[in-house]
Ligand binder design. Structure first.
Ligand SMILES: Nc1ncnc2c1ncn2[C@@H]1O[C@H](COP(=O)(O)OP(=O)(O)OP(=O)(O)O)[C@@H](O)[C@H]1O
Ligand SMILES: [Mg+2]
Length: 398
């Protein structure tokens, strides 16, 4: 390397270190005292909503001592629930044998239901993949599913949203790469960690994961087994009994990593911002995906998707060209486009600045209308996806 190159190299290294330290401080200041994130509490009305019963019903359960839980109460007698308490209450109500219909309040897998593995993908950067993946994973967890979020993007954006710092905490080990790599892989469960969200675990990512792309090229030449497209599926199979739903956040490219996710999945969500450039890029993504999947199918690994849906993200209904593009997508793909859209909202991007989601921020930080509009939009999206999950499990009774 010549001298100038070395100088530039050092300069970039110095900038990286400075930036990473400063981000670290920023994170610590946001989440004092110990830089770990914690989930807020939920009001009784929110808890009732998450459980799927009326507020009145929930109150009666407590009044009649059916639910014996130490729930925090303020001076005016208003209860506030942790996510875990919401879930415990859900299970207690569901077990009430005299009210059979309540057993359906616990929405997860039963008997022979197949684990649902949903990939959020598209190779266009900034298409809202990570934002969708984290909101989906969190809301499913709040709704009572046991969820595993897998970060498959070496950028580690999803991992950062959980208050972790990939470039510091996972520089050497601890990511999904350790379990997927060809040499001395560790058991997948060793890298899965609990999060501050009840019912939600995370398989983190970090820059090292990009090694998987290069190593796979080598592995293909030397016919190393198992092949790349089975490696993630095998990892997930190892922990299959612990979860109802797996949500995978894919990187903005269609390499071996994304392909392994597509093969492992039971459902695919392609997020798309309804703009000309994004839709054109998505057309390329689909074409390439089809070709690559065909090649993999030739060697006997055809994915078994229950559904593949497009989700319109960062949608601005008042923007003429965007509405036209959204209408175009619906004409082209009909039912394959989810009816609900994820609206563009300053509540989402502002929350994102401090690595938070709509489920973590407090409603009082925004004008009521801004917050409500945003949360109604994402709740609508998640509930449509939940219906797809339930239908993959052939549930008629929900
Ligand atoms: N509904 C939304 N409203 C407002 N801002 C949004 C919305 N969805 C995503 N954003 C913002 O857009 C940016 C890109 O979103 P995101 O990181 O989810 O995209 P991505 O597809 O995961 O990107 P990448 O391809 O880099 O992984 C982020 O800053 C995010 O806060
Ligand atoms: Mg992303």
């Amino acid at each position: 390397m010549n001298e100038q190159a070395t100088r530039i190299d050092r300069r970039i290294q110095a900038m990286a270190t400075r930036l990473s330290r400063s981000l670290d401080t920023n994170m610590r200041n946001s989440f004092l005292p110990d830089a770990t994130k914690e989930l807020r509490r939920f009001s009784a009305a929110e808890a009732a909503d998450l459980i799927g019963v009326s507020l009145d019903h929930l109150r009666k359960q407590f009044f009649n001592d059916k639910v014996e839980l130490e729930v925090e109460t303020d001076s005016r007698g208003r209860r506030s629930f942790t996510a875990e308490q919401v879930d415990t209450t859900r299970h207690i109500i569901a077990q009430d044998s005299r009210a059979k219909k309540f057993q359906y309040l616990v929405p997860g897998r039963r008997a022979d239901d197949k684990l649902q593995i949903l990939s959020v993908a598209n190779f266009k950067g900034g298409a809202g993949k990570t934002t969708t993946a984290i909101h989906l994973a969190q809301k499913l967890a709040l709704d009572g599913y046991r969820v595993l979020a897998i970060d498959l993007d070496p950028q580690g954006s999803l991992t950062s949203m959980f208050g972790l710092r990939p470039e510091i905490e996972f520089a050497e080990m601890g990511t999904v790469y350790d379990a997927m790599r060809y040499e001395n892989p560790v058991p997948f469960n060793d890298i899965v960690r609990k999060t501050y969200f009840h019912n939600l675990n995370l398989a983190p990512a970090g820059l090292l994961l990009s090694e998987f792309e290069t190593e796979t090229a080598h592995a293909l030449r030397h016919n190393l087994q198992p092949p790349f497209y089975q490696r993630l599926a095998l990892c997930i199979a190892d922990v299959e009994n612990d979860y109802d739903v797996v949500v995978i956040d894919c990187p903005p490219q269609l390499g071996f990593i994304t392909l392994s996710a597509l093969v492992a999945s039971t459902g695919l969500l392609v997020t798309v911002v309804p703009s000309m450039l994004d839709v054109a890029s998505m057309a390329q993504f689909l074409q390439l995906a089809a070709t690559l999947m065909e090649t993999i199918a030739d060697v006997g690994a055809s994915p078994d998707w229950d559904f593949m849906k497009f989700l319109i993200t960062r949608f601005e209904p008042n923007d003429g060209p965007q509405t036209q593009m959204a209408a175009f997508l619906r004409t082209m793909f009909g039912d394959d486009v989810l009816t609900q859209t994820f609206l563009k909202s300053s509540a989402v991007s502002d929350a994102g600045l401090t690595q938070q989601t709509l489920y973590e921020i407090s409603r009082s930080d925004f004008t009521r209308q801004t917050y409500d509009r945003a949360i109604e939009s994402i709740n609508g999206v998640v509930s449509e996806i939940e219906a797809l999950i339930q239908s993959a499990w052939h549930r008629k009774d929900t």
